[in-house]
Every structure is written in structure tokens, then in C-alpha cells.
Design a protein around this ligand. Sequence first.
Ligand code: ATP
Ligand code: FE
Length: 329
Amino acid sequence: VRILGIDTSCDDTGVGIVELLPDGRVNLLANRVWSQTVHARYGGVMPELASREHVERIDEVMGDALREAGLTVTDIGAVAATSGPGLVGALLVGLMYGKGLAQALNVPFHAAHHLEGHIFAAASEAELRAPFLALVVSGGHTHLFDVPRDGEYVLVGATLDDAAGEAFDKIARLSGLGYPGGPAISEAATRGNPDAVPFKEPLQGQKTFNFSFSGLKTAALLAHRGGAAPEDLAASFQRAAVNVLVKTTTRAAHAHGRRTVVVSGGVAANTALREAFRATDLNVVFPGRGLNTDNGAMIALAGAAAIRAGRPASPLDGGATAYAPLANA
Ligand code: ATP
Ligand code: FE
């Protein structure tokens, strides 16, 4: 069955298509993302503008995805769309579009959780079956889930303050490295000295699996005022952030007896983070190229996982939710 996935949770209009084979494997057929640029001049996402841009672009993005896959709309056998968490007005555009499409085609509709999408983005690279541990490191989340059975998510740890991606963005901004912060820090770090600025790694030596990034942000601000070079700040901060993410996740995997660990979300695109995870004794799975930040293919992959697990289709009268925790235990 070919599944079309839609994500309009924030400022990216994403449509992707995957094929779920009878043996449970999945093939990625298309992934198209329209990244909104109107927000740049405001220094943050404007919810009203985001909704309007989704409305204006979604038809075109779907057409591009179908063309990339070499399909017509009647080849689609199921539709998945993000219902939350995210900006409600933005979510509603993709959700309503997806429901309308499913109804018009008379195929099942699956409402998807945005974080389940981020996690299943890694299914583009390896067959993903529970049990495994999942670290979602994105612009709004730094969450560790244990997945003991397909579709079951147990929250193991989370950030107590800022998300990892948020810290990359804020430190890039304060040190003048620009936006988006993640790629800017990553690039500047290659030219900097990671020993130049001493960062204390937060919450290490503790028994929990939580994270904290606001202390690193404050330390970065003080170092910046003290005259630290942006590339040295970037290299030093990146090393500290990568160390805490890798150490805490490794500890959690060992404590839960998990060998397979999914690391996904925008920050999972970070090269230093990937290298550090690859150097552990864990079987780490990352999303494929273009699937780390928000996209529709990851929602199609989450839909494929739901179908494979025999989950029933979603009712067509379900709404969008701004706040929707994934953990169900
Ligand atoms: P959420 O899914 O939590 O609602 P989001 O969808 O806005 O948040 P993503 O699109 O998954 O977040 O990721 C965006 C974040 O990833 C940004 O904070 C960005 O700086 C960060 N990021 C992107 N590329 C890199 C990189 N190479 N290194 C570090 N961080 C990165
Ligand atoms: Fe996201």
C-alpha cells in the first residue's frame, strides 16, 4: 500500500510518499518540503502567516511529491497527517487536507503524532521494530522514550528547560552566527577550539535521564561577553551538548536493556553528534538525508508503522491539538 503523509505542524509544508510492502518493509518514494521564508523578518514563526502559507502551498507540494514518486493521486492507498503537537492553525491545514483527500479517494486516514513521525523517520534507513530506545532532539523537544512494544511509548527522560535545538539556535544568535542555528554552529565549530571555553556538562553524575540546556546558554552568553571567538564558542558548546546527549542516552539504553537506539529530530543532522553516537556500543539508527527536520515522509512512515501494527484508521472528526504528549505509560 502507498501511503501519503502530510506535516504542517509549524513552518514547513511537507508531503511524502512511502510504500509499505507485504513483508513489512518500507520504501521511500518521495519527500517534498516547502520551507516558509516569510518569518525571517520577524525573528520567529508567526502562526497566522504559517497557516496562510500552508493553504497556499499544500496543493503544489503534493503535486511535486506525486511527480517525484511517478504516481497519480489514485495510486494512494492511505493518508496520514499530523494532528499534534504543533501550531493549531498550521496543523489544521494539513489535517483537513489529508482527511479530505482520504475521503475523496475512499481510503483509510491515520492521524499521526508529530514525535512518532520524527522517530519513524529513521525507518527510512533500517527496519524499525520494538523494542528500542528513541531520543528526539528537535527545536521543541529533547525527549527520551523507551518503546517496549510497537506503538507503546514510555517517557524515560526529557529536558527540564530548553530543547537542544533551541540552545543551538539561541547560542548561534547571541554569538552572531545567524539562523538556522544548528547548521551555523556545526559549521563554525569545524574552525574552532573545543577547549577554548569551559562548559560544565549539566545533570551529569545524576541518576535520572533528564537534560538541561539553559545553563549552557547562560555560560555561552557570559563567554561571549568575555570576548570568546564565535567559532571557539560554537566548538566548545557543541562538544558539551553532544557529550550530555550521548552519555545520558547511553546510560538510559543500558539501564533499559536496549541495544537499538533511534536518534532523530533536527539536531540529529549534526555531524559531531552522529560521530559520537557511532562510537558507542549501541546500534544507533538515524533518519536518512532530508528526514531530520520536519517533513511529510516521516508522517507517511509513522502511518506505515501504524498500518503494519494493525492499528485501526482514525475517525474523520478528530481535531488538532497544540499540546499532545506521546508517552502513554
Ligand atoms: P518539534 O519537532 O520539537 O516541534 P521542530 O519541528 O521545529 O520542533 P525540527 O525541524 O525537528 O524541530 O528541528 C529544528 C532544529 O534542529 C532547530 O533548532 C535547528 O537549529 C536544529 N538543527 C538543524 N540542523 C542541525 C545541525 N546540523 N546541528 C544541530 N542542530 C541542528
Ligand atoms: Fe518537528
